[in-house]
Design a protein around this ligand. Structure first.
Ligand code: NI
Length: 248
């Protein structure tokens, strides 16, 4: 069930029986020689919609721009500052809280969002904690990276061994190939160079990782892998959703 395809009356009816919603969050940033700029948003949104179809959860609009400052030396990448992302999450969540939503599960597709999202949750909780009147809604937020489950880990090792990498991974490229077969890119690429150290800013990342990959061999990706990864991610995130909404 997608919020954007509901009427307000349907949302009101949903709120009569539930107070939880899924928020997909991704990024718009370079994903190496054959990866789509929209990879992280595409994956998060597809998995979130799959969980919505599986569980009846309402799925909010995807936050398709994330914290990706480190990718800005590659054309097409867009970032929010961490502080902007925190403000964006806060406004998104408090808008829905006004109507009665209390639990928010963010299905995330981008590692760079993890720290600002965690800070955003602390900001939301601090708003309630610092309000002596107790009138600020008490919310519960959780973050689920679609790529973090044990079944995804097993598939990644089975398909790619130690070549999945940490950015422009073969797994995420495979997932987009399954979702968008018409946008599959065939690009020759050399064996990836080992990661020397953690990058800092955009120019540093490009100097360390000239074609945008970090430790990955995304030429190994196939749409068939993507289908298996998609189904595993929907299963694992659906399980996480069910336990989140049942938490006491
Ligand atoms: Ni990504």
């Amino acid at each position: 069930m997608q919020l954007s395809l509901c009427t307000w009356a349907e949302v009101e009816a949903y709120l009569a029986r539930a107070d939880a919603i899924i928020v997909p969050i991704g990024s718009t940033e370079q994903h190496g020689p054959n990866g789509l700029i929209g990879t992280d948003a595409i994956c998060a949104e597809a998995v979130a919609r799959g969980v919505g179809a599986e569980t009846g959860a309402l799925v909010g609009p995807v936050m398709s721009i994330g914290m990706a400052q480190h990718h800005l030396a590659f054309p097409g990448s867009i970032t929010l500052r961490p502080s902007t992302l925190i403000a964006f999450v806060s406004d998104y969540v408090f808008s829905l809280a006004r109507h009665g939503f209390r639990r928010f599960m963010f299905i995330n597709g981008h590692g760079g969002n993890i720290a600002p999202l965690s800070a955003a949750f602390s900001e939301l909780y601090a708003t309630a904690s610092l309000d002596p009147s107790g009138s600020v809604p008490r919310l519960r937020c959780t973050l689920r990276n679609w790529f973090d489950g044990p079944e995804i880990g097993r598939l990644s090792r089975q398909f790619y061994g130690d070549k999945d990498g940490s950015h422009a991974t073969a797994s995420e490229v495979a997932l987009t190939q399954f979702l968008h077969p018409d946008a599959i890119k065939r690009v020759e690429m050399p064996a990836v160079t080992p990661t020397r150290r953690r990058f800092t800013d955009a120019l540093d990342l490009r100097a360390l990782h000239p074609d945008g990959r970090i430790g990955s061999e995304p030429s190994l990706a196939t749409p068939e892998h993507g289908k298996a990864l998609y189904e595993a991610a929907v299963r694992e995130c659906s399980t996480a959703w069910r336990s989140f909404v049942q938490e006491a």
